[in-house]
Design a protein around this ligand. Structure first.
Ligand SMILES: Cc1cc2nc3c(=O)[nH]c(=O)nc-3n(C[C@H](O)[C@H](O)[C@H](O)COP(=O)(O)O)c2cc1C
Length: 315
């Protein structure tokens, strides 16, 4: 997820035991031109789990080059983005715009699958809009082109993130292919995941926004699905330790100046996720106060105070 699953975040998810975490979307042409911020997105040092690098683009040649570079950077899986609804991506005919151009989409998948030995997967939506629900057709063709797994977000591009994800609609894609299909969209609890699996018949689920500020969530969901019961929050001390580790990692990974800013998003999400008992106005103020601090030591101390406070114990 762009702006969310950077390497410091994925390292935390991985430490909690996430079975599978995907990189931020990496623009293939920009990766090939070695734009530093884009190259950083393909990094995966220190992950125990597989390095899954997601490529976006619309030009088969750039996708080919990008895939080889991602493989050189150590990718264990290369995922192709056909789901991003953002105008800046779809106006360049990448992301979910590819759902409207299945022939081009297929050429991209073929180009990537031919160029690398690494398994190739595809992330897509149900279709461009309700009149073009072509995920099953594209998935079938993707499978023939060499894709090894399909992830379907149960919305159309037209829906962006509005309405509810339609897990039952993913069943048509499951029926269309023999490779694993993973259901995605609006999965936040173990019960959501069980319902999505039942309605779609998918082989697994993928969690997106539900992991923002909660890097332990994928592991907790995997455990709940294997052993039954709900997702369980780790102790508050483990959450604080993870947030502090993510903070240090961000400063080291991006450099102090940029790292401070990037880490603020994760801090804000974590405060929202873990201090729900705090009165909302107070929580907003606390969040703003922490996110305005420039001195790393002051940030560490503020986080320790916040996550060690009485509102944290009650969470
Ligand atoms: C901020 C943000 C960034 C995202 N970036 C990506 C991305 O880079 N690649 C991708 O395949 N999906 C991306 N998505 C979509 C999510 O992967 C997921 O498909 C969608 O949010 C629905 O699942 P959820 O309800 O579990 O979040 C992004 C979503 C959000 C909110």
């Amino acid at each position: 997820m762009a702006g969310v699953t950077d390497l410091p975040f994925r390292r935390q998810a991985d430490r909690f035991g996430a079975p599978y975490v995907v990189s931020e979307m990496v623009a293939s042409a920009e990766l090939a031109k070695a734009r530093p911020d884009v190259v950083r997105r393909a990094a995966g040092e220190g992950l125990k789990g597989p390095l899954v690098t997601q490529l976006a683009g619309r030009d088969p040649e750039w996708m080919r080059v990008g895939a080889r570079l991602a493989e050189d950077c150590g990718a264990d899986v290369i995922d192709i983005n056909m789901g991003c609804p953002a105008k800046c991506v779809t106006s360049g005919q990448a992301g979910s715009a590819l759902m409207r151009e299945p022939d081009l989409a297929l050429r991209l998948i073929e180009a990537v699958a031919e160029s690398v030995a690494t398994p190739v997967t595809v992330k897509m939506r149900l279709g461009w809009d309700e009149t073009q629900l072509n995920a099953p057709d594209i998935a079938r063709r993707a499978q023939s082109a060499g894709a090894r797994m399909i992830v379907v977000h149960g919305r159309t591009r037209k829906q962006f993130y509005n309405g509810a994800a339609d897990w039952a609609a993913i069943a048509e894609t499951v029926a269309a292919v023999s490779i694993p299909v993973i259901a995605n969209g609006d999965i936040r609890t173990a019960d959501d995941a069980r319902t999505a699996l039942r309605l779609s018949g998918a082989s697994g689920v993928m969690i997106g926004r539900g992991a923002q500020g909660r890097p332990w969530a994928p592991a907790a969901l995997a455990r709940a699905l294997s052993h039954g019961g709900d997702m369980r929050d780790p102790p508050m001390r483990a959450i604080l330790d993870s947030l502090l580790a993510l903070y240090e990692d961000s400063l080291a990974f991006y450099g102090q100046h940029h790292g401070l800013k990037v880490a603020r998003k994760h801090i804000a999400w974590s405060i929202d996720a873990f201090l729900p008992k705090m009165e909302p106005t107070l929580r907003r103020r606390m969040r703003a106060d922490v996110c305005m601090l420039d001195d790393p030591q002051a940030v560490r101390e503020a986080l320790s105070r916040l996550f060690g406070g009485p509102w944290a114990e009650a969470a």
